[in-house]
Design a protein around this ligand. Structure first.
Ligand code: NAD
Length: 298
């Protein structure tokens, strides 16, 4: 029998992930607050539901892919939410990047109803979602993970259980610290080269194979050099992730000075109307301070 999966949140990431589940032969029931997004998936063979509640009532495993903690809380714990419609033994897999403490709060509410929960945020961006090559970092019980791993493998390549519920989002926050600091450092390097009159593209080509080279550099240096700041991963989402990092760090008494600095830069860029640009636009913050614009050819 075809297995039924629920999917809520059909944005940049959720849409291609749900499409990959359809391609793999699952019967997918979908919901998004934006009706057009549901209609597109229905054209691909999904069934439409009128609410998160209805998705949960029609399926036993429900995936959510939403922007932030408050969205997951509303969609899962709200009055017409997933948990209200879920049956004992159902599994909720929240793949949104949210605060780990919120994942734990949601899991605790689910447990009261005999519903299992995994937090399973992803890395790899829209291309990873389209090509089913996402890195998926999971928190939850081993047995629930084992049951859901084949499903997660349809959407990602590297699927790793890192601990109990909340550990998936702790892992994602660790990832986001490293990515943010890398983009900021790359921006400083590009601005310095430009101001010194050395072609930033040649600098990139000279150093990409050395110790400074990274997946971040390979993805973001070409965007900076081509002045292409179309998201990708939006500044506002990265600012949200670093806010969750700093909130979690505060709860644990962990000072994270560089993360705090980059989070302020992202906030400033949002005030400048750059919230929907790719996070490679951190470059603009450094350029404005140095009064220079990075370009191929210097
Ligand atoms: P998005 O804003 O494009 O999509 C979110 C979708 O959720 C929207 O379609 C919105 O209408 C829907 N939604 C919000 N609240 C809802 C609710 N209560 N009920 C039903 N639908 C609701 O966001 P995205 O880029 O797809 O990101 C989703 C998550 O994945 C975020 O936590 C983000 O940080 C994370 N993420 C994004 C990327 C990326 O490159 N975009 C990469 C890795 C992780």
């Amino acid at each position: 029998m075809t297995e039924k999966i629920g999917f809520i949140g059909l944005g940049i990431m959720g849409k291609p992930m749900a499409k990959n589940l359809l391609k793999a032969g699952y019967a997918v029931t979908v919901f998004d607050m934006v009706g057009d997004r549901v209609e597109e998936l229905v054209l691909d063979g999904a069934s439409a539901a009128g609410s998160s509640y209805d998705v949960a009532a029609a399926t036993d495993r429900i995936i959510t892919m939403l922007p932030d903690s408050a969205d997951s809380e509303r969609a899962i714990l709200g009055a017409r939410g997933v948990l209200a419609g879920a049956k004992r033994g159902s599994v909720i897999i929240d793949m949104s990047s949210i605060a780990p403490s919120m994942s734990q709060k949601i899991a605790a509410e689910c447990a009261k109803k005999g519903v299992e929960m995994l937090d399973a945020p992803v890395s790899g961006g829209e291309p990873g979602a389209i090509n089913a090559t996402l890195a998926i970092m999971v928190g939850g019980k081993q047995a629930v993970f084992d049951q859901c791993q084949p499903l997660l493998k349809v959407m990602g390549k590297n699927v790793v259980l890192t601990g109990d519920v909340g550990a998936g989002n702790i892992t994602k926050l660790a990832n986001q610290i490293i990515v943010a600091a890398n983009i900021e450092a790359l921006s400083e390097a590009m601005v310095l080269a430009e101001k010194a009159g050395v072609d930033p593209e040649r600098v990139f080509n000279a150093i990409r194979g050395g110790l400074a080279g990274s997946a971040v550099m390979e993805a973001k240096a070409p965007m900076m050099l081509n002045r292409n700041f179309k998201a990708g991963f939006r500044i506002r989402l990265h600012q949200k992730d670093l806010r969750n990092v700093l909130q979690t760090a505060q709860e644990l008494n962990v000072p994270l000075p560089v993360t705090a600095l980059v989070q302020q830069m992202l906030g400033s860029l949002m005030n400048d109307g750059e919230g929907d640009n790719d996070h490679s636009a951190i470059l603009h913050f450094l350029e404005r301070m140095a009064k220079v614009e990075v370009r191929k050819g210097g």
